[in-house]
Design a protein around this ligand. Sequence first.
Ligand SMILES: Cc1ncc(COP(=O)(O)O)c(C=O)c1O
Length: 383
Amino acid sequence: MSESFIYLDNNATTPLLPEVVDAMSTVMVLPYGNPSSPHSIGEGTRDIIETARGQVSNLINGNPDNLIFTSGGSEANNQAILSGLGVSGLRRIVTSSVEHSSIKKLCENLEGKGISVEFLPVDSSGLINLNYLEEKLKLHKAFVSIQWVNNETGVIQPISEIAAICKKYHCLFHTDAAQALGKLEIDISSLDPDYLTITAHKINGPQGVGALYAKDIEKLTAIVVSGTEEFGKRGGTENLLGIVGFGKACEIRKRDYNECIDKMGKYRDAFEGFILTALPELKTNGSRTQRVCNTTNIQFPGVDGRAMMSQLDNNDVICSQTSACVSQIPEPSFVLMAMGLDAEDAFSSLRFSFSSLNTIDEAKDAAEKVIEVYNKVKSLFRY
Ligand SMILES: Cc1ncc(COP(=O)(O)O)c(C=O)c1O
């Protein structure tokens, strides 16, 4: 691949911001101390972690005492569900059919262990039906886990309404906000979820670090068991560098939020508009109105998206078909299938996701290449 590729796979992961790299590099050469050590060097490290906890909590308007660091969004999702079931004694989960695999797989595993799981359907826009959710919760209490923003389509679930329904029926509510962080305003104090998941690497922070917010920290149980780290709720010496990078990325996103949203929206809209004008036979997958600013998922009828993705890669445009963690599985996207697409249409779809580090020229150049590659692949590989 050339040096000058156009990276449009930011829902999979984002490049580190230079300021994040600087913050992490500074900590790398500080005197070495384990944050749990009782000496002064350990205390210094603890302070660094607490600063980051404050920066991350600030971006979601939450209390730092209710937030623990984890190895990422997947771990936080697993811990939220296992904690919620453990503390409440609930044997029932209500979730959606378009969740990230860290929730989908865990729920499938739990189903095999006698927990009843309801995977709520979504409509062709990718949205769950609130009346249907309410009907389900009216019948029996459950632990509810519904994502805020879908990683493949960018579709935004009506999360405040979902939280209110859960509250009305005294159900514990978790939301996976991994793709919402930094793209939507997250205000813990008004949403008031029982648990909320976030991760660093979707907002130009490092991979391998995330966080779980819990309304009542006592309603968290450790799934990595060790000492008193992270209020005793997540054992193991903290990932200091990752946490510092996460904190810095959150501080920057809070500061530059409007500018970032504005840029991502402009780039995505220019890219999508250019392609759909040139190729009116194409369609986008998922709601166009209830959608975050950086994502478009486009169906290229009659071509295999995998062939197109590989041709685009050869032309220095990087995109994806499904989420990175399931993309090695040769199956059509379960998210798109849940929205009613057949396997052929799902395979013909591609996800393009922008970050504020892209440029308008990249958006236009990439759109031109997509049009060119589509026309070429269509003539070569028509199913
Ligand atoms: C919606 C969603 N949830 C959870 C995750 C998992 O986060 P992580 O990669 O930090 O484990 C991702 C990342 O792809 C995601 O998009």
